[in-house]
Write a protein that binds this ligand. Structure first.
Ligand code: AMP
Length: 393
């Protein structure tokens, strides 16, 4: 027993270091879920996604490798509408970042929204590359305005048909898009390479991909594609002077070109679908080149008296821009707004006694040869001032 005491005493330092080692190993396996040591992320995204591109700018500028964040197409797990993707993001949208803990604990959580993903990455990789968070309220405001007012209507740049956010016509959505760009333009400082100076910020990453889209697509809808002055200067400078922005520029534009080659715009009015039918006499009336007895006019609709009236009151109500509507059967979802407007104007005018209407009206659209359509520009006949028979001849 007495002999044993020195042996135990000699063993104590070894025992202590073993226990310390055991504690370290145990701690390593019980890391809190939020720690990124041993963690690998998957970013579900494709190059054409502009919200995904803002995340990619952060990855590129911080030098975050695919060992840390692997970029994978949602198609790898069945696509955006698949059950497996919807488990990660119930909205079925890109980008989506999953946080996979490969530290022995099986857990996977996901962040399904681009700004939240960016902020997570900025925090997680705070010590690598630029912070993206200069102390500038203008930077935060630009990103917020983008997400509140541009993201919600940007579908007007590439979606086939309205609505685009709250706007029921592409023209109105584009007008609002451009108005928001000029508001953002006022917040740009232009006293460095980036939006608010020499430090790249989250707002640069946020708006750049959307503006790549805008510059590519706006000319297809008859706009110049030139951004407001300060934004235009910033855009050209970052494309020329920052290789990571240039890379994202390449990714987005080459995807948009692929869409173009695959005929993506063919059925989109103006972008690919053009009204090639010959002009009619109604275009000349709209242009004021030939006279007409005009009874109503607004931005979109013109109404005038029929030159050869079939009733005491006989008006024609037409869209000012034909936009492929040579006849009713040419109507597409793009025309829903104008069709509603034409009928509303027809209904209003049919109540106007000063135009010869008394107690009701017949509202007629002749469509095609069987109906006797003569002028290939949609027009609504509004007839009244006498009682009519049915069926029509
Ligand atoms: P539709 O047969 O449905 O194509 O109707 C065409 C209508 O346009 C006819 O009722 C014509 O009388 C009318 N129209 C043709 N030229 C003119 C014109 N210059 N001004 C007013 N109405 C016209």
């Amino acid at each position: 027993m007495v002999d044993l005491i020195p042996k135990i005493t000699a063993t104590i330092p070894f025992l202590l270091s073993f226990l310390t080692l055991l504690a370290d190993v145990t701690n390593a396996y019980s890391l809190p879920m939020t720690m990124t040591m041993n963690a690998k992320h998957t970013l579900y995204d494709v190059p054409v996604s502009n919200n995904g591109a803002r995340v990619r700018i952060i990855l590129y500028k911080k030098g975050i490798t695919s060992e840390e964040v692997d970029v994978v197409s949602p198609m790898e797990i069945g696509g955006l509408k698949s059950e497996s993707f919807k488990k990660l993001n119930p909205q079925g949208k890109m980008p989506c970042l999953t946080i996979n803990h490969d530290n022995g604990v099986s857990d996977s959580s996901s962040i399904p929204e681009s700004d939240t993903i960016c902020r997570y990455l900025l925090h997680t990789y705070a010590h690598e590359g630029p912070s993206f968070l200069p102390n500038s309220y203008q930077s935060n405001l630009i990103a917020r305005i983008h997400d509140m007012y541009l993201t919600t209507i940007q579908g007007c740049l590439y979606k086939a048909t309205p609505p685009f956010g709250i706007y029921r016509t592409r023209a109105k959505a584009i007008e609002e898009f451009e108005r928001q760009l000029s508001i953002i333009n006022d917040l740009v400082s232009n006293d460095g390479l980036y939006l608010v100076g020499d430090d790249v910020s989250l707002s640069d990453a946020t708006i750049f991909p959307t503006l790549v889209f805008a510059k590519f697509m706006l000319p297809k809808f008859g706009r110049s594609g030139e951004l407001p002055a300060k934004l235009e200067k910033w855009y050209n400078n970052v494309v020329a002077g920052d290789s990571d922005f240039e890379k994202v520029h390449q990714e987005v534009t080459s995807s948009l070109r692929k869409w173009e080659l695959s005929g993506r715009w063919d059925q989109i009015w103006l972008a690919g679908l053009i009204d090639n039918d010959p002009e009619t006499i109604f275009d000349k009336i709209v242009a004021g080149d030939i006279p007409a007895s005009i009874v109503y006019s607004d931005d979109d609709v013109l109404a005038f008296k029929d030159i050869n009236p079939a009733a005491p009151a006989h008006l024609l109500v037409i869209p000012k821009v034909r936009a492929n509507l040579s006849g009713l059967s040419k109507a597409s979802d793009d025309h829903i707004e104008i069709l509603g407007k034409l009928l509303k104007v027809a209904g209003d005018l049919s109540k106007d006694a000063s135009l010869g209407f008394s107690d009701g009206a017949r509202v007629v659209i002749n469509d095609g040869p069987d109906a006797g359509q003569e002028v290939a520009h949609l027009h609504i006949h509004v007839l009244g001032g006498r009682s009519m028979t049915w069926p029509p001849g």
